[in-house]
Ligand binder design. Structure first.
Ligand SMILES: *Cc1c(COP(=O)(O)O)cnc(C)c1O
Length: 417
């Protein structure tokens, strides 16, 4: 059976499996963890041959920094999931992103960046990479509607993230891909939300899909890893830059990520189911002005999500009604109290593990094309695999606390016990 003909769920389980041992034909279910810096060759002719093949772009076992079989297995798995030509694995999602910027941009070039990108792209990559190297950048609307008018003759890259970070604005990836081709630019899409399973940007015309594997691929909040999968035309630049910078990941981290991928479909389905229950409950609360979740029919990005995605995940954000207190600062104080009162939601960065998380979000500082100054404070949740009844009960008690803080009434002694 051809591996490309099976259902995506089956790909997750069988991709990257080692080939049969010559002696017995037995195959371990999982690839061995191959730890190596030095690899020994049987003679000089073989060594020279391997180096020559490597220079010609072939992936061969040659030196630890060029990765070993465990990492190759993860690369192959990503390629099958994304429908890509080749993939490179990095020590974090941000390393995959910054390397991709370096691969396709040089001084004098221009890059168009989505307004909804992951914070450090705006903060660190724009300031410490692009500005320092005289690479011009412009932010475009998160949905890409103004991309055409913002393109310049020197635009070499369009960088999008769909759905966007924090409030999940959807982007029309096929439209951006067509524009990129017209402009002679590459389209790079951050596919962390879609995790190479819910969304396949390369199939929609993108040249590179980058993922923070740290999130759902690993799935257990215990490994930092990133990946960039590309089509054939973008591969050489990406591969050369990744190699030039000396990027490598440990085989143990690659192994752990592969193990996470085996249960990705099952976990994502549960995250999405739990998230939808929580979303429906949150939407009914009078203090909640908006719920951001593309799988919700009322979400502005719902139609695009339905067209380009195979499912949803556990990321949910809400905007508190800014009128629940006289000033924005007081609403923020109420929000902070609400967050501190939550017991099942951990307070911390990242998401995509099995556990629920919560974070306050300052959207005004994270968007420049869209004005968020009129909106209420935003809270981001990652809905984990805890039972949704417990999560809703926790949210309910924290919201009761917010209501109390809003209009404090003396609590009678009988009630307080
Ligand atoms: C977390 C995240 C990253 C960065 O990944 P790290 O592994 O933390 O470096 C990039 N893009 C998105 C959308 C993310 O959520």
């Amino acid at each position: 059976m051809s591996r490309t003909s099976v259902h995506p769920d089956t790909v997750l389980l069988h991709a990257g499996r080692p080939s049969a041992a010559a002696s017995t034909g037995a195959v371990p279910v999982n690839p061995p963890v191959m730890r190596a810096s030095t690899l020994l060759f049987k003679d000089l002719a073989t060594m020279r041959d391997v180096h020559k093949r490597r220079e010609q772009g072939e992936r061969v076992l040659s030196y630890g920094r060029r990765a070993t079989d465990t990492v190759f297995a993860l690369e192959d798995t990503l390629c099958q999931m994304e429908g890509g030509h080749r993939a490179r694995i990095f020590s974090s999602g941000l390393a995959a992103i910054s390397t991709t910027f370096l691969a396709f941009l040089k001084p004098g070039d221009h890059v168009l960046i989505s307004d909804s990108v992951y914070g450090p792209v705006r903060k660190n990559i724009c300031r410490d990479l692009l500005e320092r190297h005289s690479i011009a950048y412009t932010f475009m609307a998160a949905d890409g509607r103004d991309a055409r008018e913002k393109c310049r003759p020197e635009t070499r890259m369009i960088y999008a993230e769909s759905p966007g970070s924090l409030v999940y604005e959807m982007t029309d990836v096929p439209a951006l891909a067509a524009l990129a081709r017209e402009c002679g630019a590459v389209l790079v899409v951050d596919n962390t939300w879609g995790s190479a399973y819910l969304h396949k940007p390369l199939a929609l015309g993108a040249d590179v899909s980058v993922i923070a594997g740290t999130k759902y691929l690993v799935g257990h909040s215990d490994v930092m890893i990133g990946m960039a999968t590309s089509n054939e035309r973008a591969w050489q630049a990406l591969d050369r830059t990744g190699h030039m910078l000396g990027h490598v990941v440990s085989p143990d981290d690659a192994y752990t990520t592969l193990r996470g991928i085996r249960t990705l479909a099952t976990r994502l389905a549960a995250h999405a189911r739990h998230a939808m229950e929580v979303v429906r409950w949150l939407a009914q609360q009078p203090e909640v002005a908006r719920v951001f979740y593309p799988a919700l029919e009322s979400d502005p990005g719902h139609a695009l999500w339905k067209r380009d995605f195979q499912g949803a995940c556990g990321l949910v954000s809400i905007e508190l009604d800014r009128h629940i207190a006289p000033s924005f600062a007081e609403v923020e104080t109420l929000r902070d109290g609400f967050i501190d009162r939550l017991e099942l939601f951990g307070l911390g960065a990242s998401w995509g593990g099995y556990e629920s998380l919560v974070l306050p979000v300052n959207l005004s500082a994270m968007r420049t094309v869209t004005d968020w100054s009129d909106s209420g404070p935003v809270i981001r949740f990652h809905i984990g695999l805890e039972h949704p009844t417990d999560l809703i009960a926790d949210l309910r008690q924290a919201l009761m606390g917010l209501r109390q803080a809003r209009s404090p009434e003396p609590v009678s002694p009988t009630k307080s016990t």
